[in-house]
Design a protein around this ligand. Structure first.
Ligand SMILES: [Mg+2]
Length: 325
């Protein structure tokens, strides 16, 4: 599917790792912001899809908790790679204490316990024991920085993907989804087509048969069949569907965020994937111009597209720098 598009974009083989890494970081934030006003809404009518950054509970173009938690993860990786789970937990608690405008229920339960002084592993295990079947998308939405920081080390990439999920989301499906998405990003960064990236990632990441059937069947599903809830399997299904059933960054994101429901999170995940597939230059300039959000919270520092580009460059340089060790 990759490379047989309309001809309006560069052939994928001309893209550099840097183009794709920048596309991944900016794409995730753009998908979050595009989906923000559609969150918790019903699917948009197919003949009236939202294609512009519009205002919702936040001003047009503003990213949400999905991107904020990814930036906390990126800060932790910049401090120490491979990932230190305790450092990441500390950064999540600092974010939680700064009163983010949005936070998932499961994430709130875990971080509230940590804020009261519980160790991160005790907090996450206690919440998981209360609701053993809970498998939300709260760790999947923020997982992409690991794929950039570990862009040449597949084993470390998989371990750090599990580890970053484990800090708040310990269900096996959450760990599997994070590892799978980052393995797809890994293969996209290194020039594989979306189809090959998905197949290669599935061969690497051990998963239940039902999990693979869900991924395998996603490309052929109709939009009416996609529930796009906060369940991690639904988010992954929507994101893979968006990547494999379209031929451009813009179409992938438009189709996924217009599913409504957990639109911003599915938008962030497909944005990371499609950005890595098509590169930074495939992202509509009007979306990049609108992108904004405060980071760290209460710092008054407003992040814009250039900040995400600089972050992507720093994350991939991190991995290159470690070759000499
Ligand atoms: Mg959100």
């Amino acid at each position: 599917m990759s490379g047989n598009g309309t001809g309006r974009r560069q052939p994928d083989t001309d893209l550099t790792l840097q183009d794709r890494a920048r596309g991944c970081a900016v794409g995730a934030a753009v998908g979050d912001a595009l989906g923000m006003p559609l969150e918790f809404k019903p699917p948009r009518p197919p003949d009236d899809l939202v294609r512009e950054m519009i205002a919702g509970r936040l001003p047009a173009g503003t990213f949400t908790d999905d991107t904020e938690m990814a930036l906390a993860l990126a800060d932790s990786l910049l401090e120490q790679t491979p990932l230190d789970a305790s450092d990441l937990a500390y950064r999540f608690v600092a974010w939680f204490r700064a009163a983010p405008s949005d936070i998932g229920l499961h994430t709130r339960s875990v971080l509230a316990r940590m804020a009261r002084g519980e160790f991160w592993d005790e907090a996450v295990d206690a919440v998981q024991q209360e609701r053993p079947d809970a498998a939300g998308n709260g760790s999947l939405m923020r997982t992409w920085p690991v794929a950039l920081a570990q862009q040449s080390r597949l084993d470390d990439l998989l371990v750090d993907s599990w580890k970053q999920s484990r800090v708040t989301h310990a269900h096996p499906d959450c760990l599997t989804a994070c590892a799978f998405v980052n393995a797809v990003i890994y293969h996209l960064l290194h020039g594989h087509s979306p189809e090959h990236a998905v197949l290669n990632a599935a061969a690497l990441v051990k998963m239940p048969e039902s999990f693979w059937e869900m991924i395998q069947g996603s490309a052929d599903r109709g939009r009416d069949e996609l529930a796009n809830t906060g369940w991690v399997r639904h988010t992954l299904e929507s994101a893979v569907w968006g990547l494999l059933s379209t031929h451009s960054f813009e179409e992938a994101l438009v189709h996924v965020v217009n599913l409504g429901n957990d639109a911003d999170t599915a938008g962030a995940v497909v944005g990371a994937l499609a950005g890595a597939a098509y590169g930074i230059d495939a992202i509509p300039p009007r979306w990049m111009a609108a992108l904004c959000g405060e980071w760290p919270l209460m710092s008054h520092k407003i992040w814009r597209v250039d900040d995400f580009i600089a972050l992507a460059d720093r994350l991939i340089a991190l991995d290159e720098g470690r070759h000499d060790e």
